[in-house]
Design a protein around this ligand. Structure first.
Ligand code: PLP
Length: 245
């Protein structure tokens, strides 16, 4: 059932065309949008086929899936592994060793722990702060749906910015699943406003990245200013329920 290199190549071409159209509709250049291919729960053979089809940026939700896939792809150059899922405390060390980029810094506690683990290893890591801009329904991210909380939020973010091994580059969000991509437009717009607010407040930090949009709603993400979109199923096919072996 795993997709072949040819099938993945075809999916990539179709998605890249849709990215181009969405970018043009928003007066943006397609080059300003980075496509992260989400390979969570996909077996190593699918990830290898994707690399043969030219994919360079992979997104994973489970820290322990990165190492075997990274090893399998060691013959390809320029591959990056981005952590996009919630990071449990006991997985912080794996992330500090294995990830090239983290989109899912969702608490001050996690930021401090990851910073310590990176200090021990002498590594710096580019990171995004994950915001919950929709409501209690979507559990992941800092509570940021109410603008009157942004002031208090900035006090915590100031502490994250002081972490010497974390290079904060912007924000990420994962809205609740919606049938209609228009449902998530106000959330993506709110993430962009929050980014502008933080950029005014902390001008020394480079807030260039907005990671928003999946297979279901990436065109809306692009129209609202996404610089990273995270697409899994539309490129790699349906995810198996779990990986064996
Ligand atoms: C799974 C996942 C995606 C990709 O979802 P698809 O529906 O496969 O495109 C993007 N972002 C996060 C945080 C995810 O967990």
């Amino acid at each position: 059932m795993s997709l072949t290199e040819e099938q993945i190549r075809g999916n990539l071409q179709r998605i890249e065309e849709r990215i181009r159209k969405a970018a043009v509709s928003a007066n943006r250049t397609p080059e300003s949008i980075k496509l992260l291919v989400v390979s969570k729960r996909q077996p190593v053979e699918v990830v290898e086929n994707a690399a043969r089809a030219g994919v360079k940026l992979f997104g994973e939700n489970y820290a322990e899936e990165i190492e075997p896939k990274r090893q399998a792809l060691s013959v390809f150059s320029g591959i990056q592994w981005h952590m996009i899922g919630h990071i449990q405390s006991r997985k912080v060390k794996i992330v500090a060793e294995m990830a090239d980029y983290v989109h899912s810094i969702d608490s001050l506690e996690l930021a401090l722990k990851l910073n310590r683990a990176l200090e021990e290893r002498g590594r710096d890591l580019p990171v995004l702060l994950e915001m919950n801009v929709s409501s209690e329904e979507s559990k992941s991210g800092w509570a940021a749906w109410d603008g009157s909380h942004w002031e208090a939020l900035s006090l915590e973010i100031e502490e994250v910015l002081a972490c010497s091994r974390l290079d904060v580059h912007g924000l990420m969000t994962m809205p609740p699943l919606a049938e209609n991509p228009e449902t998530v437009r106000p959330y993506f717009a709110r993430l962009a406003r929050l980014r502008d607010y933080l950029a005014a407040r902390f001008p020394a930090t480079d807030w260039r990245e907005l990671s928003m949009g999946t297979s279901a709603d990436f065109e809306t993400g692009i129209q609202e200013g996404a610089s990273f979109i995270r697409i899994g199923q539309a490129i790699l096919g349906p995810r198996p329920a779990w990986i064996s072996g």
